[in-house]
Design a protein. Structure first.
Length: 167
C-alpha cells in the first residue's frame, strides 16, 4: 500500500519545473515519514551507510554497468530510520528526489526513466556479452537474464505511461 504524501505536498505539486531549484522556503518537509531508531549508535551507522549508498548511487550515474536508483532508494530507507535532515535532503534533491519520491509514494517508475533503463541495460549487456564472453552457453544465459530483467522492469507500473488506444 502506497503512503500518502505529507499535507504540504498534497496542496502544491511535488515536482518543480524541469531544471528549477527550489528555495529552502519551498522545500517540502517529509519529517513525518522518519521513524528514528532508538539507538544513537544504530542511527549513526545508518546515516553513514546512507551516505555510502549515495556515493555508490552517484558512481552508478557515471558508470554504465552500475544501476543508480536502487542505491538511492536504499539510502532513503537508511535515512528514514536515522535522520530527518538527511531524508529531507535526499527527497528534495532536484536530481534524484523525483525518482525516489515516485517510488516512495506510488511504487512506480517514470515511463521515460523505465525506457531509458531498459535500453541502456539491454545495450550494455549485449555489448558486454558479445565482447567479453566467449562461451555460447554463457552468452545464452546472459541473453535470458537480460530478457527476464527487461520483463521485470516493464511490469513495474508507470503513472505517466501513455494510454493505449482501443482498436
Amino acid at each position: 500500500m502506497a503512503r500518502t504524501p505529507p499535507r504540504a505536498a498534497r496542496r502544491a505539486p511535488i515536482e518543480a519545473p524541469a531544471g528549477a531549484h527550489r528555495p529552502l522556503s519551498e522545500r517540502i518537509d517529509y519529517s513525518d515519514h522518519v521513524r528514528k531508531h532508538e539507538s544513537r549508535t544504530v542511527r549513526f551507522l545508518l546515516v553513514a551507510l546512507g551516505f555510502v549508498l549515495v556515493g555508490i548511487g552517484i558512481a552508478g550515474v557515471l558508470l554504465p554497468l552500475l544501476p543508480a536508483t536502487p542505491f538511492f532508494l536504499l539510502a532513503a530507507a537508511c535515512f528514514a530510520r536515522a535522520s530527518e535532515r538527511c531524508y529531507n535532503w535526499l527527497l528534495n534533491n532536484r536530481i534524484v528526489g523525483p525518482t525516489v519520491r515516485e517510488w516512495h509514494f506510488h511504487r512506480s517508475i517514470a515511463y521515460r526513466t523505465k525506457l531509458w533503463a531498459i535500453v541502456l541495460m539491454s545495450g550494455t549487456l549485449a555489448v558486454s556479452t558479445v565482447l567479453l564472453v566467449e562461451d555460447g552457453l554463457a552468452q545464452a544465459g546472459l541473453a535470458v537474464l537480460c530478457l527476464l530483467l527487461t520483463v521485470w522492469m516493464w511490469r513495474i507500473p508507470s503513472r505517466d505511461a501513455p494510454r493505449r488506444r482501443p482498436r
